[in-house]
Design a protein. Sequence first.
Lengths: 641, 213
Amino acid sequence: MNRTEMQDRPPSSAFATSPIVPVIAGMIALAIFVIDTATPFDDAIAVLYVVVVLMASNSVQRRGVLLVASGCLALTLLSYFAQHRLAADTALVRCLMSISAIGATTFLALKNQSANMVVRERARLLDLTHDTVFVRDANDVITYWNLGAEEQYGWHQEEAIGRVSHELMKTVFPVPLAEITAELLRTGRWEGELVHTKRDGTRVTVASRWSLQKDERGRPICTMETNNDITERKRADAELRESERRYRHIFQTAGVSIWEEDFSQVKAAIDDLKAQGIREFARHFATHPEFVRRAIALVRIANVNDTTVKLLAARHKEELLGSLQNVFVPESEAVFADVLVAIAEGRTFFESETVLRALNGDRLTVLITIAFPPEPAPLDCVLVGLMDITERNRTQEALQQAQTELAHVTRVTTLGELTASIAHEVNQPLAAIVTAGEACLRWLGHEPPQLGEVRSAVESMIGDSVRASEVVSGLRSLSKKATPQRTHLNLNHIVDEVVLLVRREVFNHGVSLQLELAPALPPVLGDRVQLQQVIMNLLVNAIQAMAAVTDRPRELFVRTHRPEGEQVFIEVRDTGIGIDPENLKQLFNAFFSTKPNGMGMGLSICRSIIEAHGGRIWASRNDGPGATFHVTLPADLETAS
Amino acid sequence: MKTNEGSESQPTVFVIDDDDSMRRALTSLFRSVGLRAEVFGSAPEFLQSKLPEAPGCLVLDIRLPGPSGLDFQNELAKVNIHIPIIFITGHGDIPMTVRAMKAGAVDFLTKPFRDQDMLDAVATAIERDRKRRHDEKILLELRSLFATLTTREQEVLALVASGLMNKQAAAEIGLAEITVKIHRGHIMKKMGARSLADLVRMAELLGVRRTKS
């Protein structure tokens, strides 16, 4: 197959579709007719009509070809009759020869045309495909170039056809071309990735498939090359690989412990529960610890990073892979149950504090974060992050310890200021007990003993003993150095208990104390001693603020109430010297004191206590003389209801 | 403050203490030894009550709501109530004690006190009050007797009480000695004096002094 034939064959050939062809054909036909009719040559001029038929077959459809052939036959006969008048001589033989030649040519042309139609149809199909398809001959000269190739590479077919394909596209082969050719010749096919340069200079990577066409004797005729642009896919693959590589790098070297865990079996177990109609997962897990334990056994650790290996004191990561049981401690079951709830509810994020056991037996307090892929993922690769907060918690504990001790010191200091009045508060009932006891003995000494009097005296003594011991126990609990404990407390009781201790101090300073305690106050969750300390501090401060006041009544007003919302309020109002506006803000700072001998710790401790209880404390100036201290604490409404 | 004429003879202990238990215990103690006791939570309460015309004493807590025990002691003196006071206190200090004793307190007891100390103090105080009341009564009688004397007789009494002989006294006021003697006889009779010494003591109690002319 040579180049010219290839060019003639497709109907889209520029020459074939040109409007000049019929004109030329017509002129040739006319010329033949004139020569055939007018000149006395004994040759079969009419045979030349086959040229006209051939030309027509290239430019018109089947019916047109027949028409042209018929015309040519008619012209041949016309010339014969015009010249020879039915003489049965050699002229007739020549005429018949011409007619058979035209007929045979027409037959062959039509046959060729219909064969061309099939080829054209096939070529059109090749154009329909998005793939790049081109054909090159044994010398790699392009002989066919489809629409896909035009779009892909940017060359039109007339630009591409006739060029050597590897030169045109600057093909870069993955292996030497000779190897490829050898394989192609051996198997008739080759597949591989090539890099081509497009017309605009950009390089594309293509997945290339070559197939070799051979003639009946097995000699290669041409190669069809089909190419798919995989540049994007290659880039996406590369990016994915890079992303994966980066992820691996981060995973492996991150300063936090990261685990890849397989929760798919856990998820399946939870899905089973859902299928059984269970909805209240938190309650279910709380009442079915065996499920939680089973679920823990179902977790598979797929991978851990270096930090994890170090954190858990493992020699290598294989020690940690597989089951979670190696590092799990029973008290973390509650946290794991929360994880299960998170999975059941389809949450994508979980965070909690929990405890693990390192392989060397150390207990670690860790902050655990879990990122679950969104539903409906099988949860076969769940990323779990751990942060060791053992140290942080230890520091926090030390800080709390220091604060507790400081609170204790200031409490004892305040109590020290109250020693005289508290001693009096204890002495008073003791004195009454002594006197009542002595009276009791005297009544016993009567003849007969006055038992009624004895009884009432003893009853008084018991009452006074209780009173004295209440003061003492209040004093003891305040002076004890104990770790804060959260219990449900009624603030009114706290106020009463403190008033018991400061009553005498209030009295000694000529202060009138007024309590307005709201009934049905909801409880607060807090430490009794610490809250007593706050109130005691506020009361003592108020008393001291009024010590210098001589021109007006010294009034101390303590009020508890519950405003709208979930807060409980305490207010301590005095008619003392008040607070300078510029001191209002720094009042609660440590070491800030307006008293000459003040440590400046009292209110600062009050604030840290109240804030640790989730409350707030602040001071305000009264409209009249004095100041008011306000404390709010969150009400524990769950217990109240 | 009015006096109660009824319960003449029985001594009464008044207690002012703001501590209810202490009041009850003291009441019981005093009653166990047959003493009447009246208790008050504060000084104003005490002032509002009627005081019986009988020997008594006041057991007073130093620390009281309102004016302190010591202030109240002064207040009572100002309004001429001379009831003997026994102070009780949770913790007495020396300046407080001195001040109380100077102002005439019978005793100063620190809580808790021994019952006997309290009862002794109360007995002393009541005795002192009884004596004061007795002296007051005698003086009152003497005053009324003295009022029955004529001006001249009062004059003569003053001179005699100041230790002058009849002759000297007569010379002093320009009377005959015999006249002075007669006056003196009348005076002795009117005043119910058993002897001259008795009369001189009476004059002293009455505060009758010779006025230099």
